[in-house]
Design a protein around this ligand. Sequence first.
Ligand code: SAM
Length: 267
Amino acid sequence: MTDQRSGNGGGRRRKGSAIAAIDTGARRGLRTRVKSAKGRKLSSTRWLDRQLNDPYVQEARRLGYRSRAAFKLIEINNQFDILKPGMRVVDLGAAPGGWTQVAVDMVGSKQGRGQVVGLDILEWEGVPGATCLQADFLDPAAPAMIKHALQGPVDAVISDMSPETTGHRQTDHIRIIDLVEHALLFAEEVLAPNGIFIAKVFKGGTETELLNRIKLHFRVSKHAKPPASRAESPETYLIATGFRGQNNAETDIASAELPEDQDWSPV
Ligand SMILES: C[S@@+](CC[C@H](N)C(=O)[O-])C[C@H]1O[C@@H](n2cnc3c(N)ncnc32)[C@H](O)[C@@H]1O
């Protein structure tokens, strides 16, 4: 995976070796530390301390991943065998780019296979091998912007989008569900038959309506909390596979038009 790495940093990396390194006891250490902090707000010193002691943070730095979140996608993929060479992937809530880097590696877009399009509301640095866009996904023009960048129907829509949390459980829940619903509607438009949808949700909060919709459009749906997801975080991931394919993705993507009053060029 040496040349497939999309970020900074040097050294060679074999497939899965990052996770293997963390698996050897370090993850157990992480769990202990995180549990001890559970329920308490961390001071900036303790936050820094936790960052320095977090093996995922250290491993991300060593391997040139832009975020420790990269390992969540690697672990989800290890568990569900989702991303494969040649796939076309849309990554929502992509900044600073950890998932995008992993997706680029897995589909082989740097070697001319597959395609990765990432989007975030924040300013972010482009990831080599991916088309990186900056826009609010809730902006009505954002789906057209992504479709415009796509070269055909999508195999996986993956969303790690999360709103800024307020600490108020119900507000945070409503905000993330809103993002997931928009991501799901978009996935229903662009996915190829058998496509995959992954989205971050908050535990205990996946609305029945949302789950019913997922069941209608996908053959299998599950929840997963990868080990890299901090134990005290309410986040969990919804994994839906086997898109039933009742759409016009090919035509819809090919005919997407952008409003002219804005600069839509990739970052
Ligand atoms: C947990 S971070 C994603 C980390 C990323 N997956 C990685 O591996 O580096 C969540 C992201 O969701 C983005 N986000 C939240 N609301 C958004 C929106 N309305 N449109 C686009 N991105 C959004 C945030 O800006 C943030 O970068």
